[in-house]
Design a binder for this molecule. Sequence first.
Ligand code: STX
Length: 318
Amino acid sequence: MNQSALYPPIEPYNAFELAVDPPHRLYVEECGNPEGVPVVFLHGGPGGGCEPYHRRFFDPRRYRAVLLDQRGCGRSTPYGELDGNDTWALVRDLEAIRERLGIERWVVFGGSWGSTLALAYAEKHPDRVLGLIVRGIFLCRQADLDWFYVHGANRIFPEHWEDFIALLSDAERADLANAYYRRLTGPDAGIAEAAARAWSTWEASCATLLPDPEVIEHFTDPAVAVALARIECHYFVNRAFLEPDQLLRDAGRLAGIPGVIVHGRWDAICMPEGAHSLHRAWPDSELVFVPDAGHLASEPGIQRELVRAADNFAERFA
Ligand code: STX
């Protein structure tokens, strides 16, 4: 991974587990300056978990960065748990963490599903948000799900799509998400793990502008893939627990919140159109299309724009 735009590797100065609705326990950590501007990092998927480089978008002298693994993934437990796992539970978790840490207002920083969650949170609790930095906009409209799981991305990556649908029967292919859901949640652990690998391989294969074996390796490790596939599939068969077009419909609630939208021009997972539609609906946002990037936060041009946005907000909210 090209990490030139990022701050140096850093270890948390504080890490803890927070018990939320049973049986869920969340892994939370804080990095940087305890007196700095609070920012919360929201990872993708849902179910993707935090990675060490996610700490490195934030100037450690100026930010108090809070990172968490959302319900059921990463170091949160139980691993892959779907009960009590929905968008509004995650929004409540953010409030629980904010209160536990004694933070009044924070910058919210999220990519992909992390942008979905950031928008859902900010539209519900606008008074808690200093500013928003969102990347790889994923509005979870039916059109967004169809683009990635029905028609759209499969026309860009047909050979990876072929692998993705290979384990389904012809009949199952008509309703791919439900067919995968049955396998991922069924009693046979071998079938479930094969489905998880195929699901996560599809996503990782579409995530970067140039093929990146490290990304594919990371997301197809069962310690990541099983939670990612189970949780994504659970959210997507439930339309992410959102009303149709809810996030755009309610974008007016973001009025007055400064924001930066960063999106790769060649993002094959989340359509650039979504970023543009969000920008139109949210007048206080700045929209940056990165001309030479796909979807992932680790792509060089995306890193650069995210660090630039975070540096600007550190100045602004100091
Ligand atoms: N999922 C969108 C999302 O959040 C449909 C996402 N896309 N790729 C990822 O996350 C990984 C980083 C987990 C590969």
